[in-house]
Design a protein around this ligand. Structure first.
Ligand code: TMO
Length: 314
């Protein structure tokens, strides 16, 4: 059941919020891209509603999460609120090198995105979380679709395009199947839970899932600088992607270079804002567990966390 909350609550609460009176922001809309996982959509609305409370106009556009870095660089969208190192570090760095976008600093959150299993899987494959132990258990994960190979359910293709490369680089007996949506991953875990069936899927933290299903990330050869770019490095001297994703990854904010001059006040807020792991997990939970619409989840989050964000508007 969807819960509907008046989006006027936060705006009314904010009318009194003071902010610096220097150069005015443009009345053109600040364009915020949204992607296909809940925390990013809710966070985008949280920040969008903060900007609106300051008198800015805001528009949201649903955007491919890899291609967005090119869009920010060109100013077609104004910023990006969740640059996850594991999934988007490469795309972000490529756009950074071309110019037009810049790093607006890290969130407090520490991130990890990788192959993951609910804890009951370990009962069937006790050598976990080691990746070689997982590989020896590959037959446990075999399905009609994957033949005698294990099935790994990856995220939608725009998140990470390199699970298949990793399987090849590490010589694993797995086939990568990409989920059509994040919801398909949660459905797979929930279905497996009924019979405690072993499954291995893509997952990440911070996320609502960690509060619902205790689990662990698979430990692959540790991430190192150059793993994704330089084949000669790492355990396989002939292939890239012979490593896991960073276990302590960053979560960055990025902006179009022109934002600073066009919307100086909103830009100032963007430089200050920073969310923690529990705050981001809560944003996802409001949608994925409580089934709110993202706009309403953002309004509620702002209502419940005034002490967190109001100081950023000073
Ligand atoms: C980009 N993601 C958080 C879904 O891994």
């Amino acid at each position: 059941m969807k819960k509907v909350i008046s989006s006027t609550i936060a705006v009314a609460a904010l009318a009194a919020a003071p902010f610096a009176a220097n150069a005015a922001d443009s009345s053109d809309p600040i364009i915020i891209p949204t992607h296909n996982w809940s925390s990013q959509i809710v966070m985008s609305h949280v920040v969008g509603q903060m900007f609106e409370s300051m008198g800015n106009n805001v528009e949201f556009v649903s955007t491919d999460s890899q291609a967005v870095y090119e869009s920010v660089r060109l100013g077609d969208v104004t910023l990006e609120l969740e640059v996850w190192e594991g999934a988007f570090g490469v795309a972000f760095n490529e756009a950074l090198a071309k110019g037009g976008l810049h790093d607006v600093g890290d969130h407090n959150a520490v991130t990890r995105e990788d192959w993951w299993y609910p804890l009951w899987t370990k009962d069937h494959c006790p050598g976990l979380p080691d990746w070689e132990a997982l590989n020896e258990c590959a037959a446990l994960f075999a399905t009609p679709e994957t033949g005698d190979k294990g099935r790994f359910l990856g995220g939608p293709v725009d998140w990470l395009k390199h699970d298949a490369e990793r399987v090849e680089a590490l010589g694993m007996n797995f086939t990568v199947v990409n989920a059509g949506s994040a919801a398909a991953i949660w459905a797979e875990i929930a279905a497996a839970e009924k019979t405690m069936k072993p499954v291995v899927v893509f997952n990440w933290t911070p996320n609502f899932a960690e509060a619902v299903w205790p689990g662990e990330f698979v430990e692959f050869p540790e991430y190192f600088e150059g793993c994704k770019e330089d084949a000669s490095l790492g355990p396989n001297p002939n292939m890239t992607y012979d490593c896991g994703n960073p276990a302590n990854g960053y979560l960055k904010k990025a902006a179009w270079d022109g934002m600073k001059d066009k919307w100086p006040k909103a830009y100032g807020v963007l430089t200050k804002l920073s969310f923690t792991n529990p705050q981001i997990a809560e944003m996802a939970k409001l949608v994925d567990v409580d089934e709110m619409e993202p706009e309403d989840a953002a309004t509620i989050w702002l209502e419940n966390n005034k002490d967190v964000w109001m100081p950023w508007l000073q």
